[in-house]
Design a protein around this ligand. Structure first.
Ligand SMILES: NC(=O)c1ccc[n+]([C@@H]2O[C@H](COP(=O)([O-])OP(=O)(O)OC[C@H]3O[C@@H](n4cnc5c(N)ncnc54)[C@H](OP(=O)(O)O)[C@@H]3O)[C@@H](O)[C@H]2O)c1
Length: 303
């Protein structure tokens, strides 16, 4: 560790920097003197290119790598198994090997989809996994390969990520509410929405503590506070956006997931318990409703 390690900003290298969480990380860390940020979008660093990964790590010499690159579309993953595994599992393993060889801690994001969703009271980090689809399986394999390759890691499992850009439930619901009079939303799937900005806040808070010497490697859960359903989340999105715009939608109808088939089966209840993160790092859950209101306000200010 270089002698000026504690006095200079923490240099973080973010992969997948153009995604929901990646963008928030680049923005928040870029505004914080504690960090020196290198954000690499896919066109700058394809993490399946092992040689390029190694070359970029050697060139930038980061103190921490935060991997936000992923194949995230659960339904598409069912038909693109090979690609999904290559990105979410093999590339993560190669990244972990490179980080281990260069002694760089790796912070990696994973998902509630590693669980089968039959445990309604919420999942702890050590609970048994049983992914229901290719996406969840690929993320679980990525976790396991990473654990074996590199001891100095943090795996942060998050759920139902939403933001003002990219493919996510908030954006899809807003688009539909603007163009359709009747919407349906699944009311028997429980979980906790999590703002990408909130995920970034948590990741950066962890990195700060690691840099200050916390020796707390391992797997953690984080999600927004308040368990909800997709239906109630849709309701909240529509109610919030209605304060800014006369939406076309007149009726939101609850539907059972059995009547709303998708390529990939999804966990019925994928609530993540976040007490380990609280007791280890002192990081509390923020209510997703507050994050939603702030985000929708920002979106309409931009229009
Ligand atoms: N979204 C959710 O609801 C959710 C829920 C639980 C966990 N997570 C996890 O949270 C993490 C971040 O998710 P997110 O929502 O920010 O995802 P996202 O918005 O889909 O961002 C993923 C990024 O990875 C990039 N990417 C794809 N292939 C790549 C490659 N070969 N090399 C480098 N970058 C590549 C994508 O680039 P392009 O923009 O060019 O496609 C995209 O910018 C992921 O690990 C995900 O599994 C997400």
């Amino acid at each position: 560790m270089a002698s000026d390690y504690f006095s200079r900003p923490a240099r973080i290298l973010i992969t997948g920097a153009n995604g929901q969480v990646g963008r928030e990380l680049v923005g928040q860390a870029g505004a914080d003197v504690f960090f020196d940020v290198i954000g690499l979008a896919r066109r700058q660093l394809d993490i399946t290119d092992t040689a390029k990964v190694r070359q970029q790590l050697e060139q930038h010499q980061p103190d921490y790598v935060i991997n936000c690159a992923a194949f995230n579309r659960a339904d598409a993953a069912q038909k693109q198994r090979e690609h999904c595994m290559r990105l979410n599992a093999e590339a993560v393993q190669q990244l972990a090997i490179a980080c281990a060889e260069l002694d760089i801690p790796l912070i990696h994001l994973s998902t509630d989809y590693v669980f089968d969703g039959h445990y309604a009271s919420g999942y702890r980090e050590n609970d048994a996994v049983r992914p229901l689809g290719v996406y969840g399986e690929s993320k679980w394999q990525g976790e396991e390969l990473l654990r074996r390759a590199h001891a100095r890691h943090i795996i942060l499992r998050v759920s139902w990520v939403f933001s003002g850009s990219g493919h996510n439930f908030l954006i899809r619901t807003l688009e539909q509410a603007r163009t359709e009079a009747e919407l349906v939303s699944v009311d028997d799937r429980r979980g906790c929405p999590t703002a990408a900005a909130d995920v970034a806040r948590v990741v950066l808070a962890i990195v700060k503590q690691l840099k200050c010497g916390a020796d707390a490697w391992g797997t953690y859960h984080y999600c927004g506070a308040e368990i909800t359903t997709r239906y109630a989340f849709s309701e909240a999105i529509i109610a919030t956006a209605s304060q800014y715009e006369a939406l076309k939608v007149e009726r939101l109808m609850p539907v059972a997931s059995i009547n709303f088939p998708t390529e990939a089966e999804r966990p019925a209840s994928s609530v993540l318990k976040c007490t380990k993160l609280l007791s280890t790092f002192g990081i509390r859950q923020r209510p997703w409703r507050g994050e939603l209101v702030a985000l929708v306000r920002q979106l309409y200010e931009r229009f």
